[in-house]
Each structure stands twice: as C-alpha cells, then as structure tokens.
Design a protein around this ligand. Structure first.
Ligand code: ATP
Ligand code: MG
Length: 466
C-alpha cells in the first residue's frame, strides 16, 4: 500500500518537472494560438472572483502537469455579458486518459464525444480535449445526411476553436494570464449583439442539427440576434432534427425549458418551424386557444421561478405541455366505453408513447408526470375521506399547482382551486364543514345493503332444498 502511494507521489513529481518545461515551451512558441486575438484583462474586464474555484483548480492542475488548459465556451461568453455562468467547461490538449490521471476524483464519460468529469465536492467541471478536423468527406464519423456521429478526433487549440458552434462560444480564458483568446471575432459579435455561426451555417447544421436549437435557445437566453446568414438555412433544414437521437433532443429541450427564457424560446422555435419535429403533440395543443393559454402560462411560471433562483421540476413542465393532448385521448377512450380511470391510464400511455418517437422523455420524469395527471380527477372528489387521502399524496404539491394552472387558464372553474387552497390550510373542524355531501357514500351504503340482503336471501335459498 505504502509502496504504491510513494510510487504515485514520485511519478507525480517527475511528471510535474517535465510539465513545467513543456508549459514553458508552449508559452515560448505561442504557436497554438494561431490567428487568435489576445485580449488583456484591462480590456475584457472579466472579474476572476466570479469564476468557480473548481474551474480554476482544474485549469491549474492541468497547467501544472504541463498541459494547456482554458475555460471555454458559454462561461466566458456569459462573463463577458455580465451573466452568471451556469456551468464551467475546460478545454485542454491533454487526452481524456491524461486528464483522468491528473485528477484523483474524475471519470471519463461519453461515446459520441468522450470527455472527463472532474469532481470537486458538489461541483463537476467538464474537461474536453481539443477537437480536430475530420479528415475527409464520407468519413466514417458522419452518417448519410452529414451528421457527426462520433467526434473523438483530437487536434490543437486553433482547430478546436473552429469546431465550436458560434463565434461567441469560441473564446478561451487562460486563468494563469487572465487573457482571453478570440479566434473568430466573438467579442466583436457579442458587442453587436449577434449570434454568428462559425463557418458555413448549412454545413454546420448538417453536421449537428441540434445547433439549430442552440441558436434559438442562446439567442433567447442572451437577448442576441441570430445573424442573417446563420438564421437563413434554419427553416429549410428543420427536418434534419428528425434524425437526431430522441434522448439528445430531450437534453437540449430540457435546457431550453429551464433556461428562464422558455416563453421566448418556444415562440422562436415556432417562428422557425423547429417545433414540429420535437413536440408533435404540442403542435396540436398550441393550435387550440385553451391549450395554448395553459402551456404559455406554465412556461411563464417556470421562467419566473427560475429567474428568482427557484428550481423547477421538469416532470411538471412536461406534464403541462402534454396535458391537453392527454385530455383529448382520455375523452376518446371514454367515448369508446372505457371506465374513466382505465381510460385515463390508456390515454397517458398513448400520449407518452407518441411523444417518445420524437423526443424521449426520461422514465424518471414520465412516472411523475403520470402521478400529476392521475391526481387531477381526484381533486374533483370533495366528499367523505377522499380529500384527506389526497392531501397526504407525496406529489400533492405538484398536483395542486397543476390544478391551479388549469383554473387560471380557464379550463376548469376557479372554485375548485380555491376550495383546495382553503381545505389544505384549514383546521379539522373547518375541513369537516367544507366537505361536500357524500352522495357516493349513500349510494354505496344502499348498494351494500342490497348486496347484503341479497346474499342472505341467496344463502337461505341455497339452504332450502328444492
Ligand atoms: P449554456 O449557457 O447553456 O451552458 P453553452 O454554450 O455553454 O451554453 P454547453 O452545452 O455547455 O453550452 O456547451 C459548451 C460549449 O461547447 C459551447 O459554448 C460550445 O463552444 C461547445 N458546443 C456545445 N454544443 C455544441 C455543438 N452542438 N456544436 C459545436 N460546439 C458545441
Ligand atoms: Mg455551458
């Protein structure tokens, strides 16, 4: 054990010594920065204290081990725009295996895009190795429509910058020098409030159609205008989203819905005709005024929660997005003669299955969505013991919030929502007084009496020999 430990320390020391030399060489040659503009801290004015310690420690660890390391992408862009970054990504010339060796608490993840997660307490820093150019067209890495299915060809810093999506996302912050490297005029574009694709937009969307969604999401989040040529091909290429694996679409849509700018994002998606392939059912819902009101209200509420730093439950959100379609399917099954509750379950499964063909909602979310939905008819039962039972449901709060949205959108009478608001807060006596007359209990008692006397009669009849 001790021997192994000493060996590790020894290896690290040797590596450290080599590292410093290599770092010095990189610094001296400066070859990797290519045509990048170097922007000093006195110009870009990024306040280093706003950068996560975990990200700084990750860069430091890699640089001390002799590698290049930069904070890159959204975090630099957001810092330049005075927006608090959501997460910090680091780019390096170290391979995933080398990164893994530098940090004791790290793991290599991903297939399509291998990278390393470095763990620092609660925080995870994503470290990716510089990506390079693909060798040739028809490369095994892309499919027939040009979509990149694997991107694990490593390259240098300049190549990495060219593989990023927007100019504002190709900015590299060197924590040691506090310098920003700008390869594609990203800072100038940000100053002019523009989101501009690097390279030929059509080709870049063909390589990865999700970039169309990213354009919409980032422009809504940051109040940037999508540059003319970047925007032009989107409508024409919208269908390419059909080709993207449903789980990847789900991740991107989740980011969009939880960005705090869901309302603008959805409106922009509709304007670009991008929503057809993603939320086929939403398409229908948004065409009915009541459905549209309900969905927009839900998104507005989510945006407000996120803007004041509250969390938002994705299951709740997806439950709202598909609710009106659920209602249509439920009515259909009831009209076919199914009882209300089995019909509800059939409808829930149908709606989730149709949705899954385009954008698979993770199972962990669909279970909660179903709970929220199946609680709704129970809110209408306000007699006997049932309301007490509903209050103890583990998802009561979500079910109740959902009910309030239904009231607010005009789908059901406000009175039901108000009743539950009062009932939940009332003392035992008030609650008892609030209960509605239990007509079902009366009917049940009658039925039971009939059954009981019937069974006695049958029993008597059975005893009597013919
Ligand atoms: P957010 O604020 O939502 O985190 P972001 O731009 O940081 O926005 P991430 O998904 O965290 O988005 O991606 C980090 C960086 O990786 C991006 O800034 C961009 O440089 C690069 N990137 C992400 N997705 C793509 C893509 N589909 N094509 C090319 N580059 C991408
Ligand atoms: Mg990010």
């Amino acid at each position: 054990m001790i021997k192994k430990f000493l060996q590790k320390v020894f290896n690290k020391k040797i590596k450290g010594a080599v590292a410093i030399n290599q770092a010095a060489m990189n610094q001296a040659s400066g070859s990797d920065t290519g045509t990048a503009k170097r922007i000093a801290v006195s110009t870009h004015k990024i306040d280093k204290s706003l950068i996560s310690q975990a990200a700084l420690k990750t860069c430091d660890g890699l640089q001390n081990a002799g590698f290049e390391a930069f904070i890159v992408g959204g975090a630099v862009r957001d810092l330049l725009m005075n927006v608090k970054p959501k997460d910090f990504d680091v780019a390096t010339d170290a391979t995933p295996e080398e990164v893994y060796k530098v940090f004791r608490r790290s793991r290599i993840i991903g297939r399509r895009f291998r990278l390393v997660h470095v763990l620092w307490g609660q925080e995870t820093i994503e470290v990716s190795t510089f990506r390079g150019h693909h060798q040739s067209e028809g490369d095994a890495q892309t499919n027939d429509s040009g979509r990149i299915i694997r991107d694990n060809i490593f390259g240098n810093l300049t190549e990495d910058a060219a593989r990023r999506d927007f100019t504002a996302n190709a900015l590299y912050y060197n924590a040691a020098t506090e310098e920003v490297l700008d390869f594609h005029n990203g800072v100038a574009d940000l100053k002019s409030n523009l989101l501009r694709m690097i390279g030929d937009p059509t080709t870049r969307y063909q390589e990865d159609p999700v970039r169309m969604l990213r354009a919409v999401r980032l422009s809504a989040k940051l109040g940037l205008k999508i540059e003319k040529n970047t925007e032009a091909p989107i409508q024409k290429l919208a269908d390419l989203l059909q080709d993207v694996p449903p789980s990847r679409l789900f991740d991107e849509m989740l980011k969009l819905f939880l960005s705090g700018h869901a309302v603008e994002s959805i409106s922009a998606l509709r304007a670009q005709h991008l929503h057809h392939g993603l939320l086929p059912l939403l398409d229908v819902v948004l065409e009915q005024p009541l459905g549209e009101r309900f969905v927009m209200l839900a998104l507005k509420n989510t945006d407000e929660r996120i803007k004041i730093g509250k969390s938002s439950n994705p299951s709740f959100l997806f439950a709202t997005l598909l609710w009106h379609e659920m209602l249509v399917a439920w009515d259909k099954y009831k009209a076919q003669g199914e009882h209300a509750i089995p019909a509800l379950h059939m409808a829930m499964n149908e709606v989730i299955d149709i949705q899954a063909e385009k954008m698979a909602i993770h199972n962990r979310f669909t279970a909660t969505m179903k709970e929220i939905w199946s609680m709704q008819p129970r809110f209408e039962q306000r007699a006997g013991k049932r309301p007490y039972g509903l209050l103890t449901h583990p998802r009561y709060r979500a079910g109740y919030d959902f009910l309030l949205l239904r009231c607010e959108s005009g789908e059901i009478d406000n009175e039901i929502g108000e009743w539950w608001t009062q009932f939940a807060d009332a003392d035992a006596e008030t609650r008892a007084a609030m209960l509605l007359p239990d007509t079902t209990a009366k009917k049940r008692r009658k039925r039971n009496r009939k059954k009981a006397s019937g069974s006695v009669e049958t029993a008597i009849n059975a005893k009597e020999p013919n």
